[in-house]
Write a protein that binds this ligand. Structure first.
Ligand code: SF4
Length: 95
């Protein structure tokens, strides 16, 4: 299992640090430190909980994410759909 982290949506609430200190911590400057993106099996449940509890969905479990190539003529429509998705279940990953 891997995790994805989007620092632009992280509000540094620290829920992940409380849930899985083995993986998440804060640097002195307040930025989030992630020890490893490849989560060992014994920490998967903790990290999965941390991802589910993250209030901004800045951290996500990668196994839940599938990626698709979008043709150029549909990019604007798909981008709009992603922005309007109330659960952020679909997101654009710009190249
Ligand atoms: S719980 Fe989410 S928003 Fe809070 S510090 Fe962790 S990644 Fe950032």
């Amino acid at each position: 299992m891997k995790i994805m982290y989007n620092p632009s949506t992280c509000n540094h609430y620290g829920v992940c640090v409380e849930e899985a200190q083995e993986v998440f911590s804060f640097a002195e400057d307040g930025s989030l430190l992630i020890q490893t993106y490849d989560i060992p099996a014994n920490l998967e449940d903790k990290v999965r909980d941390a991802c589910m509890m993250c209030p901004t969905q800045a951290i996500q479990v990668e196994e839940l994410i599938q990626t698709y190539d979008i043709p150029a003529n549909l990019e604007d429509k798909v981008r709009d759909a992603c922005m309007m998705c109330p659960t952020q279940a679909i997101q654009v990953e710009e190249e």
